[in-house]
Design a binder for this molecule. Structure first.
Ligand SMILES: Cc1ncc(COP(=O)(O)O)c(C=O)c1O
Length: 460
């Protein structure tokens, strides 16, 4: 047995031996197409020569210097690059080492801002069900991912919870899309009233929901109206773009497509593309100015903030994205992937919904398409899909609990931006085979274990 604590304490995953472009090779020589970039991380694929060269150069120059003594040119340049392309006013960058740290910093920044503008009574965040903001205690508290939170509930701060903007699951049959959005906004307003408008610190939400629900975009106008509601009560909009940001949906920040300028944005994954652990908080000048003019310091910090080698890697990743026009590529290939998924799965009896933006796509699996009934959670369909996909040499990111943390299964796709159309065809073909094999396996197992499966419209 391994001394290393793996995610599954009873299972050691294959040992990776090398990776290049969109391909990963394990120690036994088995090849995998990386169709999810890990967890939507590897935006440039693996072993990109420009990023490796930048990292080598930084390691030779100065791999690390503590930020209470020095800054580095790479961290300064990275901040400039991020600010240049961010929505207007998001002029301040705080560099951390990952997504959860970015969310923790965002929450603390929101709180310190409230204190420094003379509103120390503000102490409550509002966030949505079926969201994920990270695994540290603050991030886990704002997150609405029930199975991740369950054991830790007694340790988590209170967060006011509202419904997600998840049209496939949450919009009622008798409701138009606009009426659904109206209902969500009314629910947010009611939550603010419950807490007390002058006690709300902010609202935290993923622009396009990632791992928990599977690439769920907002309805048109939702975030614009959320921002208006928050502005009325002086609370901040904290956008979690850890997964959906940095070009993944076809614009650098997914929120650009909503025409909204948030107060704070958290980014990570695609920022450094997996070459180094790095995340960041971008904060609007209206959030940072009162702190700069007040106490003069953000009351936060970690040993590795603005790490030089991590900043050099992220700077190189971001320069390649801009130099090679990869946002346009994401939009083009994203449309291609959308069409390929529709061609393969539109009539599939167990695919209920195909959604997402750019190279960030979700496929929701159902036992019955007409009623949207999910597979029995005990069948762990998502885990079977992952195993079948790995067997077929494909890395995708399936997850269970799509509907409420327990029921529902989806598969998330987030291939590197360098993926070719022929690669996408192969990804969809392998995914289809993995899904069909997993469902056949689940059905056999369901019969053997006497787990009832609703007959599908097509089958009955
Ligand atoms: C939307 C979102 N926020 C935060 C996180 C946490 O990031 P990390 O795993 O880097 O701590 C994740 C990770 O999957 C995420 O998807």
């Amino acid at each position: 047995m391994s001394g290393l604590m793996h995610r599954n304490l009873r299972l050691v995953p294959p040992v990776v031996a090398s990776a290049s472009g969109i391909e990963i090779v394990d120690r036994d020589g088995k090849r995998y197409i990386d169709a999810s970039g890990g967890a939507a991380v590897s935006c440039l694929g693996h072993a990109h020569p420009d990023v490796l060269a930048a990292m080598h150069a930084q390691v030779d120059r100065v791999p690390y210097a503590h930020t209470s003594f020095f800054t580095t040119d790479v961290a300064e340049m990275l901040a400039d690059v991020l600010v240049d392309d961010a929505p207007p006013g998001l002029d301040n960058v705080y560099l951390v080492s990952g997504g959860s740290e970015a969310i923790e910093a965002a929450l603390k920044l929101a709180r310190q801002h409230a204190v420094e503008v003379g509103e120390p009574q503000r102490s409550v965040f509002i966030a949505r069900r079926q969201s994920y903001h990270g695994n540290t205690l603050g991030a886990l508290a704002v997150g609405g991912n029930e199975w991740r939170r369950r054991e830790f509930e007694p340790l988590l701060m209170h967060v006011e919870r509202v419904s997600p903007c998840f049209e496939y699951r949450e919009r009622r049959d008798d409701e138009t899309q606009d009426a659904f959005t109206d209902r969500l906004i009314a629910e947010l307003e009611a939550a603010i009233e419950r807490v007390g408008p002058d006690r709300v610190l902010g609202f935290c939400a993923e622009t396009v929901v990632g791992a928990t629900a599977g690439a769920v975009p907002p309805t048109p106008g939702y975030f614009r109206r959320v921002k208006e509601v928050l502005d009325r009560c002086g609370a901040l909009l904290i956008q979690d773009e850890v997964m959906c940001g940095m070009g993944r949906t076809g614009t650098m920040y997914a929120i650009e497509q909503e025409g909204v300028v948030p107060d704070i944005v958290a980014i990570a994954k695609g920022l450094g593309g997996g070459y180094q652990p790095i995340g960041a908080v971008l904060a609007h000048e209206r959030v940072v100015a009162p702190i700069r003019d007040g106490s003069g310091a953000f009351q936060h910090g970690h040993t590795y903030i603005a790490h030089a080698t991590a900043a050099a890697a992220a700077l190189a990743v971001q320069r390649v994205i801009r130099r090679d026009g990869l946002l346009g590529v994401v939009r083009d290939r994203g449309r291609y992937l959308e069409r390929a998924l529709a061609a393969r799965f539109d009539g599939h009896p167990h695919v209920g919904d195909i959604r997402g933006r750019g190279l960030f796509r979700g496929v929701e699996l159902v036992a019955d398409r007409a009623t949207k009934t999910p597979f029995e959670p005990a069948l762990r369909l998502h885990a079977r899909v992952k195993a079948e996909a790995m067997r077929a040499g494909l890395c995708v990111y399936p997850m269970g609990g799509t509907i409420d943390g327990l029921r529902g299964d989806h598969v998330l796709l987030a291939p590197p931006f360098i993926v070719r159309e022929s690669d996408l065809d192969e990804i969809v073909a392998r995914l289809a085979r993995a899904i069909d094999a997993a469902i056949a396996d689940a059905k056999r197992d369901g019969v053997a274990r006497n787990i009832s499966l609703p007959a599908t419209q097509e089958e009955s």
